[in-house]
Design a protein around this ligand. Structure first.
Ligand code: TYD
Ligand code: MG
Length: 455
């Protein structure tokens, strides 16, 4: 009889090692290696492969009839947009975000909307006591909504209760880190508990056709706490982002088995809860003033949705030879270094004795590569102390060669800018559709800088 070999499995990334170590060699996480029983392979089994002895499964083509799962629109348009039309029946959705960002508020509002339509909705909180949630519901004006509430943490109790009578259309679990499964040992919040609890709840969703929504906590570096596998287990992962000090919150689909991941929902946190923001562009633009240097409006694109944001740069000349600071809020700092390097190498503009600060106004985070040209414009404007025309927007990707490359959906960006009163666009030369703006095209960064400096 062969002895089962010991093996250690990283609970974060799943890599397997023969030796225990404090840190996983693959993902670098600490204290994640856990001993698991290895496969018990006997010499007899080793001689036989897996190519016989099973049951034949039926293979079909991809072009057979499709039964699409029903979607349940929540009635909160921004949430439905991020989900791709609403929660899908029999699916599991994970919503992650920093503490206090508004996850519980959003889900309570969504639960109330769905319950008001006559569907059975259950909201289980493992974090807050009943009265806390009731108080919040009353403050949000949702005190009368027929949402069934319970403060509970035992997955077995929750699922036993759900098993009696009709399964709810929507089940909200706030949060998965507080849930406890008695199938395995360990305190709530540990990797194995989170995984087991989520597994049971997801199985319930699939079996009974309930849309299950799990709230997930986020660690300091922005990952959903607990195992990464949680993200693999669910059908949809939503990230609720924003600066707590700002009013605006962005709901982003990170993974969606039933739709795209490129749509966002925009909310504002107000005293009566989260309100939908149908026109986000007006939010992220500050009061524009012709005489301000270093600010440029960038028509960003979130999925198919244009959002105008303001890029602000500040360049401070240093007298001494101290190492100049570079600080970025709302954009990628290595991308800023790249733009600075290209401006220096291709256009002869030196920032090496200057501190550079870059900020995206309104607490927005830009991920769109088309921001390069707007950032370059803001930097050049700040360095030369020449303001850009207040009615102009800029977009385009900058290559290391200094080439200004075309970007996706240029016309869409221009049209959104036109709607908000902008008249000019500084864009890649290859951009053909002007979307109603006076368009100036640039082939390379040198020509762009000459234009800005009036050379
Ligand atoms: P919450 O939904 O509890 O956040 P999470 O579940 O993500 O931890 O939101 C809490 C924050 O939202 C809290 O700091 C106060 C603020 N808030 C408002 O500004 N207005 C409101 O109507 C509500 C309910 C909360
Ligand atoms: Mg909460």
């Amino acid at each position: 009889m062969a002895k089962p070999r010991k093996r250690y499995v990283c609970q974060a990334c799943g890599s397997v090692t023969a030796q225990w170590a404090g840190q996983c060699g693959d993902c670098g996480d600490w204290n994640t290696l856990v001993e698991e029983a290895g496969a018990n392979v006997t010499p007899f089994q080793a001689k036989h492969n897996l190519q016989s002895g099973g049951r034949a499964i039926q293979l079909t083509g991809l072009n057979t009839d499709i039964a699409l799962p029903e979607r349940m629109a929540t009635g909160i348009a921004e949430l439905d947009r991020a989900l791709g039309g609403g929660f899908v029946e029999g699916s599991a959705t994970l919503i992650g975000g920093d503490p206090g960002i508004g996850k519980s508020t959003l889900l309570l509002q969504a639960a109330a909307k769905v319950a008001n339509r006559g569907l059975r909705v259950v909201y289980v909180s493992g974090e807050e006591a009943g009265d806390q949630v009731r108080l919040r519901a009353r403050r949000l004006g949702l005190g009368q909504a027929p949402v069934m509430f319970a403060a509970a943490t035992s997955v077995r109790d929750i699922l036993t209760t759900m098993g009696e009578g009709a399964a709810p259309a929507l089940l909200v679990i706030d949060s998965i880190q507080t849930m406890h499964s008695d199938l395995i040992e360990g305190a709530p919040g540990t990797v194995s508990q989170v995984r087991a609890s989520a597994g049971e709840l997801i199985r319930f969703a699939k079996e009974r056709g309930t849309a299950v929504v799990l709230v997930g906590h986020v660690t300091k570096d922005g990952n959903i706490a607990g195992p990464r596998v949680l993200e693999h287990m669910v059908d949809t992962v939503l990230a609720f982002e924003g600066e707590r000090s700002h009013q605006y919150r962005i709901l982003r689909a990170v993974k969606n088995r039933f739709g795209g991941t490129d749509e966002i929902g925009v909310f504002a946190m107000e005293s009566e809860g989260l309100s939908e923001v149908a026109n986000p562009s007006s939010l992220f633009l500050t009061q524009r003033d012709e005489s301000v240097t270093g600010t440029v409006v960038f028509p960003a694109l979130e999925g198919t949705r244009p959002v105008l944001v303001e890029v602000q740069a500040l360049v401070v000349r240093l007298a001494s030879g101290a190492t100049p600071r570079r600080a970025v809020v709302g954009w990628d700092s290595s991308r800023l270094s790249m733009i600075l390097a290209v401006l220096e190498a291709r256009c002869g503009l030196s920032f090496s004795t200057c501190e550079v600060y870059l900020n995206i106004a309104g607490g927005y985070r830009v991920q769109d590569p088309a921001a390069d040209l707007a950032v370059a414009a803001a930097l050049v404007s700040a360095l030369s102390e020449r303001p850009l025309a207040a009615d102009a927007v800029a977009f385009g990707e900058i290559a290391l060669s200094g080439e200004v490359r075309p970007v996706a959906h240029g016309a869409l960006r221009c049209r959104e800018a036109g709607k908000l009163g902008f008249a000019k666009a500084l864009a890649p030369a290859a951009q053909a559709d002007k979307g109603g703006l006076a368009l100036t095209g640039f082939k390379n960064l040198g020509a762009f800088v000459d234009h800005l400096l009036g050379r």
